[in-house]
Design a binder for this molecule. Structure first.
Ligand SMILES: Cc1ncc(COP(=O)(O)O)c(C=O)c1O
Length: 379
């Protein structure tokens, strides 16, 4: 358990922000890093060619440490969708095979597979919502050797249900299924290691649990896919990119490892240093500690909310940082706006109230949400 870290953020006393899954607030130190980055371009003569590479490599190395990979396996992408598009462009799928997604999966990890299935004469196979809340068993039931790709998250985003990716990774290897992960709602708040799960591709947008700026993200690419085709062909992915004077000596060779999948203008002098700063702070705190601390707040909330008629998935089947509350009578229309007017911030996704605290929250924030829920529940 970590003590409350609110002093590192610019969150007014009367704001109960329990909505990290929507987007995290930036830490003061991250804002400062970003401001310094924007100001850098006031003096472009100081942005020497080596700076196109050093900041990117620092981000890559820091991101790699977070997932137990090497920097060579990390590409810099603007969004989860870009990472999924990269995977979809490179993974083989034959006519008659299946691509696996979860019920109510996030659209960025659904549409590309729907399109790919259509293009290749494959079918999209949707893991049905499990009555018992166990997404791992539900996914394993439909995973067979005709599944070419399993495109999954670590946390199903409308239920908060957690998938055991180690077991799923094992099953994928047994069936020869490629594993593609969207970790946007988990990386930074739930421990994850590529050596244990062995995905083919894994992407995370930075602006939620990685506490970085919008339009930055990381893509893990397993070594077996390092020879693939990038979504775009840009100059900085190529092997000769460090010699600016010789860029027109076109080359077929790409830079090493996953760097060939970097997006254009990946050297982003404003946002990348800010994203790196945030990743370093997460590592200083420790991901297991973040998970435990956010989890303790949610555990308390789940217990109290149950007493007034809000149910949530059993603790062993949900992600600690991500609590989805449901109610037989349903969620009143405009609930998140009503709460926002009282400066209590959560999201409604599907038929759940999604509560996603972080280290800037305290028991007091949870108590304020509970007070609002009690009003809804009535006497
Ligand atoms: C599970 C999940 N994946 C991805 C994203 C963001 O996708 P993108 O980076 O493509 O905008 C979100 C945003 O809410 C999300 O919840």
């Amino acid at each position: 358990m970590l003590p409350c870290q609110r002093h590192l953020f610019d969150i007014p006393e009367d704001v109960a922000y329990l909505n990290c899954a929507y987007m995290s607030p930036l830490m003061r130190s991250v804002v400062e890093e970003g401001n310094r980055g924007v100001a850098r371009k006031a003096h472009p003569w100081e942005i020497t060619p080596d700076k196109f590479f050093t900041g990117a490599e620092e981000f890559r190395t820091t991101a790699a440490q977070l997932i137990g990979a090497t920097a060579d396996c990390v590409a810099i992408v603007p969004s989860a969708s870009y990472g999924i598009a990269t995977a979809a462009l490179n993974l083989p799928v034959r006519k008659g095979q299946r691509i696996l997604v979860l019920d109510e999966q996030f659209p960025s990890n659904y549409y590309p597979w729907q399109r790919l299935a259509e293009d290749r004469g494959a079918t999209l196979s949707i893991v049905p919502w499990p009555d018992d809340g166990d997404w791992t068993v539900a996914a394993l039931k439909v995973l067979r050797d005709d599944v070419a790709i399993a495109a999954l998250p670590n946390v199903q985003w409308t239920s908060g249900g957690r998938l055991d990716l180690v077991r799923i990774g094992d099953a994928c290897r047994k069936f020869g299924t490629a594993l593609v992960l969207d970790l946007t709602q988990s990386l930074g708040a739930l421990p994850f290691n590529v050596r244990e799960v062995q995905p083919d591709f894994a992407v995370a947008a930075n602006y939620k649990w990685l506490m970085g700026p919008y339009t930055t993200g990381l893509l893990y690419v397993a070594p077996k896919w390092h020879g693939g085709r990038p979504v775009e062909e840009n100059w900085i992915q190529r092997a000769n990119a460090r010699d600016f004077a010789a860029l027109i000596l076109y080359t077929d060779k790409y830079d090493d490892g996953a760097r060939r999948y970097d997006m254009g203008e990946r050297s982003n002098f404003a946002l990348l240093p800010a994203a790196t700063r945030a990743l370093k702070q997460l590592q200083d705190w420790g991901i297991a500690e973040i998970s435990g601390t956010a989890g303790a707040l949610n555990r308390q909330l789940a217990l109290m909310a149950a007493e007034i008629g809000f149910s949530s998935p059993p603790e062993h089947l949900r992600a600690p940082h991500y609590l989805c509350l449901r109610r037989k009578a349903g969620i009143p229309e405009g609930l998140s706006e009503t709460l926002a007017s009282q400066k209590v911030f959560v999201s409604v996704r599907g038929s759940s109230i999604r509560v996603t605290p972080h280290l800037y929250n305290s028991a007091n924030d949870v108590e304020r949400l509970l007070a609002c829920l009690r009003q809804i529940a009535g006497p």
